[in-house]
Design a protein around this ligand. Structure first.
Ligand SMILES: Nc1ncnc2c1ncn2[C@@H]1O[C@H](COP(=O)(O)OP(=O)(O)OP(=O)(O)O)[C@@H](O)[C@H]1O
Ligand SMILES: [Mg+2]
Length: 338
């Protein structure tokens, strides 16, 4: 008997342009159920833009995007989140003054049907719903080992733990696809190891498909089933980590000779990780990580990213956060997603 399984995500011939810049240029890929699919490439290659298309923040000019067979183009971000696609952000997007548990509860808003008024009329059901939401949050707290910080305001937590809370907020939505945008950017080696373990736990215990954008090559090569390499918005190669690492075009565009690993043994890649760009500095977020990458890897990567539309990109991320029902740590809400 032949079992045909449909991909969870299908991205076909997608092009996304901003006045003059083609951020995503004819990109196609699919993600299978339970798969960990990585997207890599230099700064400005279009990785976050792909996430913004997948989550409905940007509408591509051409191509099709399907989730479990359903067309996502033109679907609003909150609808896509409710359908089962959750994401984390390149720069942390949490309510800094709320506790860990409160932030995780916000991830449940898709599952909350009873507001304050209906709670009066439906005391029993509203209460049952509240209990179910709390139980779901507690499962996330257990899985990500967040118990020690549960009642602390997120803004006071170490950077690595904040990134973990963000993962938790996405998981609280009970997604079937999880989009992780640079989950270890700016982390030290120990935090990176922790995050790698949690990502694997999430995948094994929850069975969600994961799409991960990451500059830390050790992490990508250890965790990913398949990797898509982008350069200037264009796909250069899709393959297993071993295939991608050996591809001369990939080495030229992104990895650089210094990063070429002839035979990756799949284990104990702490050394690779340290060298692969996790050295993002002080954890101040994307900028520090960006400098670390430019210095550590393909020097041209930094130049390419330049300052092109840096403000716009930040705005895009904030818009995405707003669409997901959150504010940035700085307190600004951004609702006006494209
Ligand atoms: N809202 C926007 N307006 C204009 N240009 C944009 C916008 N969003 C992204 N871009 C441009 O699209 C290109 C791809 O950006 P994107 O953020 O997707 O790159 P990336 O691969 O995630 O890079 P990084 O590794 O630095 O995070 C860049 O040239 C960027 O300046
Ligand atoms: Mg990005």
């Amino acid at each position: 008997m032949v079992v045909v399984t449909r991909p969870v995500l299908e991205f076909r011939d997608v092009t996304l342009s901003f006045s003059g810049v083609t951020a995503v240029d004819g990109v196609s890929f699919h993600v299978d159920a339970g798969e960990l699919f990585a997207i890599i490439g230099p700064n400005g290659a279009g990785k976050t833009s792909i996430f913004n298309v997948l989550s409905g923040v940007y509408r591509p000019q051409t191509g099709s995007v399907r989730f479990e067979g359903r067309d996502l183009v033109g679907v609003r971000p909150h609808r896509i989140a409710a359908m089962g696609i959750a994401r984390t952000f390149q720069n942390i997007e949490l309510f800094a003054h709320l506790t860990v548990v409160e932030n995780l509860m916000l991830g449940r808003h898709n599952h909350m049907r009873y507001g304050a008024l209906s709670a009066f009329a439906w005391v029993g059901r509203a209460r049952r719903e509240e209990l179910a939401n709390r139980a779901a949050v507690e499962e996330v707290v257990d899985l990500l080992e967040l118990a020690p910080w549960r009642r602390m305001p997120v803004g006071l937590l170490p950077y690595g733990v904040q990134k973990r809370v963000e993962l938790g907020r996405a998981l609280a939505m009970e997604p079937r696809v999880l989009l992780l945008d640079e989950p270890v950017a700016g982390m030290n080696a120990e935090e990176t190891e922790d995050m790698a373990r949690f990502v694997l736990d999430v995948r094994e215990e929850l069975g969600v498909a994961i799409v991960m954008v990451e500059h830390d090559m050790g992490l990508v090569m250890d965790l990913a089933d398949r990797v898509l390499v982008l350069d200037f918005g264009r796909p250069i190669r899709t393959g297993t980590p071993a295939e991608v690492q050996r591809d001369p075009d990939v080495v030229r565009a992104y990895l650089g000779e210094a990063h070429r690993v002839e035979e990756h043994d799949g284990g104990g890649a702490a050394g690779d990780r340290a060298g692969g760009g996790a050295a993002g500095g002080d954890g101040a977020g994307g900028d520090a990580a960006g400098e670390g990458r430019a210095a550590g890897g393909d020097a041209a990567g930094g130049e390419r990213a330049g300052d092109r539309a840096a403000g716009d990109r930040a705005a895009g991320d904030r818009a995405a956060a707003g669409a997901a029902g959150k504010t940035s740590p700085t307190g600004g809400t951004a609702g006006g997603a494209a």
